[in-house]
Structure formats: C-alpha cells, structure tokens
Design a protein around this ligand. Structure first.
Ligand code: NAP
Length: 355
C-alpha cells in the first residue's frame, strides 16, 4: 500500500534532475485516508528540502497525516536550509515512510532516531532499490568520497562507434539520442577526448524536446597535445565558460582563464586523485563519459567507471572504430557488468549495468 505514494515521491524528485547537485533528488507527499493532501520536492540546490517545500505548499492541517519521503529527513544544521526532522515533529505528523536512509555521516540514521524519540512511527526501506538507483550519484559520493562516473556509448550491434574515416553521426536513432540527453542531464560534466572534438565538433549540451534547460553541465575535454580547434562549438556557444580542458603542466592552452584548465603533473599514469580534487574545487561531483574509445579506455583501465550504458543500433559496420582501445590479458580479468537492465528503445537496444 506504500508503494504508489513512494513512486509519486520519485516522480516529484526527478523534477530536480540537473538542478540539485551535489544534493540528492528528493520528493515528498503527505497522505490522509489514502489520499495525497500535499506534495513537495527539492527543486534546486539551495531551495527548501522536499519536506519543507511540502509544508510551505500544504493548504490543510497535516497533524496525524502520513509523510512519504524517499530519503531520510535530515537532522543536521551545517547547511543552507534548516533541518527537516524538527519541522516534521512540529507539524505533528503521525507516521513517516522512507525509501532510503541517508548515508551522509551527518544524518545516517540520526533523522529516524529524532523522529522516533518524538513518538512518530517510522517505516524504512520501501522501494529501496529504486530509491538507491535514483540517487546513485549522491550515495556513491557519500560512501566513497569519489565522483560517480557513467560511461555512455552508441554503437552498431557489432560494437563499432564510427567509420574508419571517423564519421559517426548518427548510428543510433533519434529516440535513443533523446534518452541519452535525460542521462546527461543528471551529471555535473560531460567528458570527451580531444579527437571527438576534432572529428565531430559536438555541442555537448542537454537538449530535450519542449523543455528549457535551466543549467547545462560542464564540458571536460582531455588533451595531451593541446590541439583543439577554437572555432569548435564548445569554445564558441553560450556555455563556452563551462568548457574545461584537462591537460598537463606544460601544454600550451591559449585564451582560457585558469579555472577552465585542469593542469596535472602527469597524464600517464593518470593521477585520478589530483584530478578529483580539481573537479571538487569546481563543484563537479559526477561525470558522464561520451567517448571516444581512447577516453573510455583510459577510465576503464584504471577501473574508474561505475555505470556503463550502451545504445546498440540493429546495424552491422564491419571495419570501424571499436568502443574501446585497451586490452586484457586474461579472461578472468574481463570487466563485468552487474544489475543489468535491458530495454528496447524503438529498434535500438539500451543496455545498462554497474561495472
Ligand atoms: N558513437 C559514439 O558514441 C561516439 C562518441 C564519441 C566519439 N565517437 C567517435 O570516436 C572517434 C574519436 O575517438 P578516439 O578514440 O579516436 O578519440 P577520443 O577518445 O575522442 O580522443 C582521444 C584523445 O584524447 C586525448 N587523451 C587520451 N588520453 C589522454 C590522457 N591520458 N590525458 C589527456 N588526454 C588524453 C588525446 O588528445 P590529443 O590528441 O589532443 O593529445 C587523444 O588523442 C571519432 O571518430 C568520433 O566520431 C563516437
């Protein structure tokens, strides 16, 4: 009986996609006699939390109601907004139903304890797997201190991403490409290798039919040579100030302010710890890798990819660019995906799993 209300929380939470980072996606509904009487969500970073938003929206007294929220209400004060658990107590909510406990060490069960100590009934774990998936970026950073990295590739059924000439537009359908823009929107930055900029001159932004995108992700471009065409869209469009080049200390990069260049002492071996520090300084906590093969293999070789999504068109290319360029020397070491989810998008196959 709890599930439909928790699903409604997930739907509300998703409206904050691309806007709440580094916070989690959270939705809340208040229910009385089996009917929703108020709703709320965390819409933007710095805006009220979902529970507080619901209290602001509520047109009726909430005393005795059941509150559904996909993440444990917070109880800590070191943040932009006041804690939610005391507000729930003040509103005399009778029962709180939660999908996931908050792994943030400043909460981590503390919100539940505060509510229970005030005599409120608390139920946890409702649709917890879906809740975990919805906030995998946030949960991963809270548990590991690392950015969540999602690799996406579009290929033919025989795993080719471009013709030998480099031409790759388009292999998959419009439907798959729209779907991948929903993926992009969840990430703080889209990452490509320099060769993809030189071959494709991509826009690397989020485009969703009928939607105005309030905040575009950063674009990160990896280069050793520094050879990047300055007329490329990523350097000339309205989001050009959100394009960042990743290179070493010595490569010449003209006409970009220092905050738009991540300089690392060495690129081989690639210093992921230093790289992450520079990402966090810029407010980047999650990466969406968009190719090409070299860039993907750099992250795969160092085992830095958390989720992989492949869009496969029902086409065969034969000779062409492979999805990846690295090699393994033993079948025991092959990279393996878990928790596979397979969908048909029109006639393309979408395959996603945790690496
Ligand atoms: N179907 C798809 O989903 C898809 C998506 C993206 C791209 N593509 C296709 O893939 C092709 C490009 O792929 P690609 O594998 O040739 O190239 P790529 O991965 O896009 O870029 C490779 C470049 O990345 C830079 N790089 C590599 N390792 C680095 C490191 N450790 N540190 C810093 N920079 C590093 C180097 O740039 P410098 O040369 O400047 O030193 C290298 O040449 C294009 O044909 C494109 O159309 C297809």
């Amino acid at each position: 009986m709890h599930e439909p209300f928790m699903r409604r929380c997930f739907d509300l939470a998703k409206r904050g996609a691309g806007l709440v980072s580094p916070n989690p996606l959270v939705g809340a509904v208040a229910v009385r006699d089996g009917k929703i009487i108020a709703e709320g969500l965390h819409a933007r970073h710095g805006d009220p939390h979902a529970e507080a938003h619901l209290f602001l929206n509520a047109k009726v007294d909430l005393a005795g109601a059941t509150l559904y929220v996909n993440l444990e209400p917070c109880c800590h004060t070191k943040k932009l907004t006041p804690p939610c658990a005391p507000q729930i107590i003040e509103k005399k909510i009778a029962h709180v139903v939660i999908a996931n406990l908050d792994p943030n060490p400043q909460v981590s069960g503390g919100g539940v304890k505060m509510l229970e100590a005030a005599g409120i009934k608390v139920t946890t774990g409702v649709l917890k797997d879906e809740g975990e998936r919805l906030n995998e970026i946030f949960f991963h950073r809270m548990r590991t201190g690392l950015p969540f990295i999602h690799l996406k590739s579009a290929a033919t059924l025989d795993g080719k991403t471009a013709l030998p000439s480099g031409e790759s537009k388009w292999i998959t359908s419009d439907f798959s490409r729209q779907d991948s823009h929903y993926g992009r929107r969840l990430y703080d930055a889209i990452v490509v290798g320099a060769q993809t900029i030189r071959s494709d001159n991509p826009q690397l932004n989020v485009r969703l039919k009928g939607e105005v995108i309030e905040k575009q992700p950063y674009r990160l471009i990896f280069t050793k040579s520094g050879k990047l065409p300055r007329e490329a869209q990523v350097f000339t469009d309205e989001n050009r100030h959100r394009t960042i080049i990743v290179t070493d200390l010595h490569t010449t990069i003209d006409a970009l302010p220092p905050q738009q260049v991540i300089r690392l002492e060495t690129l081989e071996p690639f210093p992921f710890e230093k790289f992450n520090e520079q990402l966090f300084e810029r407010g980047i906590y999650s990466l969406w890798l968009e190719g090409g093969a070299d860039l993907h293999s750099l992250f795969l070789q160092y085992k830095k990819v958390n989720r992989m999504t492949l869009y496969l068109a029902p086409k065969i290319m034969g000779e062409g660019k492979a999805m990846f360029t690295h090699s393994e020397d033993s079948l025991q070491n092959l990279l393996t995906l878990e928790g596979m989810d397979i969908q048909l998008l029109g006639s393309d196959l979408k395959v996603t799993g945790l690496v």
